[in-house]
Design a protein around this ligand. Sequence first.
Ligand SMILES: [Mg+2]
Length: 472
Amino acid sequence: MTGSSEPTSRQAAQQDITAAETAQQGTAAGQVTQQGAAAGRAAGRAYRIVAMETHDVRFPTSRELDGSDAMNPDPDYSAAYVVLKTDDGHEGHGFAFTIGRGNDVQTAAIATLEPYVLGKDVEDLGALYKEMVGDSQLRWLGPEKGVMHMAISAVVNALWDLKAKRAGKPVWRLLSEMSPEEIVALVDFRYLSDALTPDEALQILRKAEGGKQERMAEIARTGYPAYTTSPGWLGYGDEKLRRLCKEAIEQGFGQIKLKVGADLEDDRRRFRIAREVCGPDFPIAIDANQRWDVGSGIEWINALREFGPHWVEEPTSPDDVLGHAAIARGIAPIPVATGEHVQNRIVFKQLLQAGAISYLQIDAARVGGVNENVAILLLAAKFGVPVCPHAGGVGLCELVQHLSMFDYVAVSGTMDGRVIEYVDHLHEHFVDPVVIRDGRYLAPSAPGFSAQMHAESIAAHLFPNGSVWRDA
Ligand SMILES: [Mg+2]
């Protein structure tokens, strides 16, 4: 590969940031001040993003085995966290979710994207997203997968948080109120056209225009159904499992999920306990977190068939499209679900084309943020597969609720067979935490993407020198 010259967009960004600094008349670069805002207005230009901060934030969840599963026995839920600041005093917050070690790598990857946002606004997030994904040098680290793509997700989502705050609306409503043409312009259709063209996407969105206002009002009134994974972490003992299953039902959840895949006899015992508590018809999904090969997965799942799994999640490698299809055939009619580690829209396309999944599980912070998730929601609608988002992590519930609500209002137009995962961890660290009532996510009403953590939470959990880590 050749080429050491800066992309044009970077040069433009640097020029803009220089102008912004000049406009701030002597204040430090990135410091958001009233004078800066006034200077910006006096110069007759729109606001600009003038600073990007990153933070390595980690929560010591492994101490209680919260979040433990067959492949991830000791996660420390973490956020590679980014804050964008504008010269008129607004902030956009976003993050990539990791489970501890490597969160510093993830944070460093986010920092490489700074030239793409400095000096920019949020008027055309379709173009800005495509610019970042298309960086000819950073793209070598993917393309469109792994640490770099998750970094793009964090920044794209922070831009959406900023856009929604400026608009005075929650992201789900901001997206829902866009026209079909505006929504299609958010999507990168490259590599999708054999499964979904821009025209087909427009048709899906135009069809959903009917009844959109009523659905928006309904979401605001009654929210969106949730299921809970909290009873099912693999590290929890039988009595804790029994108690949490009972509590899930009392709290109004219509579905739970159990982690499986470490030991078959343990899985049978735990599934039996959950069935005893929840009853014969209650939906209980199971999640193997990529534990099995294709053949052993089929055997293991069939050994749990008598307990009636509602779905089997991540039976094998998230990259193994044909393996998922083989498992789906081998365990039919038990449905297969996956998505939380699916790296981009192209793999989702293939999973759908291969008939490999019955439930599609988007993750708000793994693929390229809101924009790529809009593409995936459109793909799912085209193939008629329900979207049941992944949300086990820190802040993922906060983000992904917006996407499901948008899906209901403006894309699929239905909640049939759809539930958003809910885990009861770490919400207290967020300024606008999710609200669950009677087993449903209540619609966020505060402007933004519900992504912002309290400043004190960020400070206390900075790794390795925040008080939570330093004093451990
Ligand atoms: Mg899972």
